[in-house]
Every structure is written in C-alpha cells, then in structure tokens.
Design a protein around this ligand. Sequence first.
Ligand SMILES: Nc1ncnc2c1ncn2[C@@H]1O[C@H](COP(=O)(O)OP(=O)(O)O)[C@@H](O)[C@H]1O
Ligand SMILES: Cc1ncsc1CCOP(=O)(O)O
Ligand SMILES: [Mg+2]
Length: 257
Amino acid sequence: MDPRNLLTALRDQKPLVHCITNYVAMNVAANVVLAAGASPAMVHAEEEIAEFTPICGALTINIGTLSAGWAASMKTAVRVANDHNVPWVLDPVAHFISQYRKGVAQDLLALRPAIVRGNASEILALAGEAGEGKGADSGDAVEAAENAARTLASAYGTVVAVTGPVDFVTDGTQTAKVSGGSAIMPSVTALGCSQTALMGAYAASGPAFDAALATLAHFKVAGTKAAEKAAGPGSFQVHFLDALTATQPSHLASAIA
Ligand SMILES: Nc1ncnc2c1ncn2[C@@H]1O[C@H](COP(=O)(O)OP(=O)(O)O)[C@@H](O)[C@H]1O
Ligand SMILES: Cc1ncsc1CCOP(=O)(O)O
Ligand SMILES: [Mg+2]
C-alpha cells in the first residue's frame, strides 16, 4: 500500500492505541502518537485489560523497564489482543541484558506480534545471533541485522523493522529501506520506543508491512525537518513533535527505497 494512504487513514480514523511502555518513554511516546494524529493511552494494570484492549485499534508492548507485574500485564494484554484480532507491536528493549528479560521477550515473540521493532543489536539477539549491544542503545549496524530480521519474520510470521541510520523492514519476502532522519535521533531518549507506539497507530490503519514502512518514513521525514531547526537534542525534541504534525502524506514516499 502507498504510505500516503496510511497517513491519511491514520489521521481520519485517529485510532486509540493501548501502550504498555516503559517509565522513560511514557510521556515522549504519548506526545509522538498525538503529534502524528492518533490517540495513545498508557494502561498497565492487568485488571483493566479485559475491558480496554478489545476496544483499541492496536496494542504496543515495550519491555524497557520490566518487572514481574508488568510482564504479567503484557502477556494478558497480548492474549486478549490476539483473541480480538487487535494487531500488536513488540519492542524488545535491551532484552539481552538478563536471562529474565530474554525469557519474557521470547515468550512474547512466541505469541506472534504483527510487527517487531528494534535496533540492530536487539534484532540480532532476538534471532540468537551475537552482537555488541550492552544496553538500550545499539552497538551494531543495521546491515548486520538484515538476515536476522528475515529469519525472525519468516519463523514467526511477523514484520520486523530494524532502525538506525538507514532503517530496514521485512516480512520475510518483501524488504524496504528507509533513509533520512538525523544523527541527533539516537541521542534523544525513547525515540525508538515512541516509534513503536506510533507503529501501533499505523497498524490499526492498514496491513502490518505497510504500517511499519509508513511509520519509519514518517519518523525519517520528521527527523530531517527537525534537524534543520534544532541546536541539539533538547530543541530537537520540540521541533520533532512539530514536524510529525507538519508531515503530509505526499512527503513519505521520498524516504523509501
Ligand atoms: N544515525 C541516525 N541517523 C538518522 N536516523 C537515525 C539514526 N539513528 C537512529 N535513527 C532514527 O531514530 C529512530 C530510533 O531508532 P533507534 O535509535 O535505532 O532506536 P532505539 O531508540 O530503539 O535504539 C528511528 O526512526 C531511526 O530511523
Ligand atoms: C534508557 C532506557 N532505559 C530503560 S528503557 C529506556 C528507554 C530506551 O528508549 P529507546 O529504546 O527508544 O532509546
Ligand atoms: Mg529501543
């Protein structure tokens, strides 16, 4: 699908996105989803999931500040989403840092997300390949994770988006690359996490591969625009939100190869 149609659909439908994300990302991600044109809700209590997840257009799961209660909520929300055909997106933040986090990430992956989005180190490790990642930031090149992304996509019937200087996305058969953005982006915390939340909004608006591609393009276009005005990571954040709103459907194709 043409990504232009998806941005138009997102703004017309303003989908409600159930986000279970980390403490660092909650505010940034909510602002990003709102600026793009959708409606985020950060809902974590397991007791609320049966009523809330089914009425949402999508669910996003981010394990950035994981603990036992959060893991239980995540698994319950994913099961409810799967039962109600609500598409969901997994962000396996730094899942290689402990056996505990690795186990939860693999459990979630086995529940078959529509899309997995991570940086190169996260995607390499998710496929069982050695990488240089140590924490939430990537230590590996996107190109090094392309095969891992293809393998995961085919094995789990999912779309895998690997982000970095040039993003790579695949469903195991189709692939695309997305360029633009700014080297400032990895210096602003939770931009990857907030991209995952926005990917949920796009997944509510169209098929998973197109949704991932449109999200990556929207971020690259807005990142390029924001960098023209920003003096550093602080002012970049402000300009980036404005640029997400200013991005028009016709701008997205220029980022995609
Ligand atoms: N060096 C870079 N140049 C341009 N864009 C980048 C660069 N590094 C990351 N990005 C963009 O920043 C966003 C977050 O990606 P990334 O930093 O890889 O995720 P994470 O925060 O999960 O590690 C993505 O939109 C990605 O395309
Ligand atoms: C710094 C940090 N620590 C735990 S979660 C988190 C945020 C990571 O955000 P992102 O993956 O988008 O850089
Ligand atoms: Mg991340």
